[in-house]
Design a protein around this ligand. Structure first.
Ligand code: SF4
Ligand code: SF4
Length: 207
């Protein structure tokens, strides 16, 4: 581990799924000298088609008859049959975190509503029998959200987090993208990875 940057290469490689060396940008030759063979053009087009066909066939074979007991060497994810595993840094749909009893952790302080640059959050607060504030209504307009994560960052209760949900973020009808408190509530367990991540990252960079 590099002590200066606190950078754990092995951990990061585990998270990304490939050796980091393979992700290094390749040198770009801006003014290549073409050979006569390349100038003829057609052979290179045929070679390109050959490469594309080879990848297509190997992907198809890997999908239809995956090698038993062996890790697949191709990178293609067969979505939607397979889902992408996203790193905890990914910012998907903002969701509300529920307590163990299923009620929201949110105390309706209004900070997320205030900070949201897209004015996507609307809260109506009430007090319960013990005089504690809670969001009687919490509405998030997904058609306005820009996934900046400010709401998560400003929340003093870890009550709203950017989840890894990336499906169903766009609808043909914008009215279906307006989420109520009930639609946004998720168990703490389901967003555990993100909660651990924000504890690390915000503690490191902000305070
Ligand atoms: S992620 Fe950004 S735009 Fe979306 S609700 Fe939160 S603060 Fe607003
Ligand atoms: S900042 Fe957190 S606690 Fe405050 S209203 Fe928003 S979600 Fe609720």
């Amino acid at each position: 581990m590099d002590k200066k940057t606190d950078f754990d290469q092995t951990k990061l490689e585990e998270m990304v799924g490939v050796p980091l060396d393979r992700l290094k940008p390749k040198r770009v030759h801006r003014n290549p000298e073409l050979t006569l063979w390349e100038k003829i053009y057609v052979p290179e087009v045929v070679r390109g088609l050959g490469i594309t066909t080879r990848h297509f066939v190997s992907n198809m074979i890997g999908f239809v008859a995956p090698p038993s007991g062996k890790k697949r060497s191709i990178f293609t994810v067969y979505y939607p049959e397979e889902k992408v595993e996203l790193p905890p840094a990914y910012r998907g749909r903002p969701v509300l975190v529920a307590k163990a009893d299923g009620t929201e952790k949110c105390v309706a302080c209004g900070l997320c509503e205030k900070i949201c640059p897209a004015k996507a959050i609307t809260i109506e607060a009430l007090e319960n029998a013990m005089g504690e504030r809670y969001p009687y209504k919490y509405t998030l307009d997904g058609s306005r959200c820009v996934y900046c994560g400010y709401c998560e960052e400003v929340c003093p209760k870890e009550a709203i987090v950017m989840s890894a949900e990336y499906e169903g973020l766009a609808e043909r009808d914008r009215r279906q993208m307006i989420y109520s408190k009930e639609q946004l509530l998720r168990s703490e367990e389901s967003v555990k990875g993100r909660l651990e991540y924000i504890r690390r990252i915000y503690a490191k960079w902000n305070y």
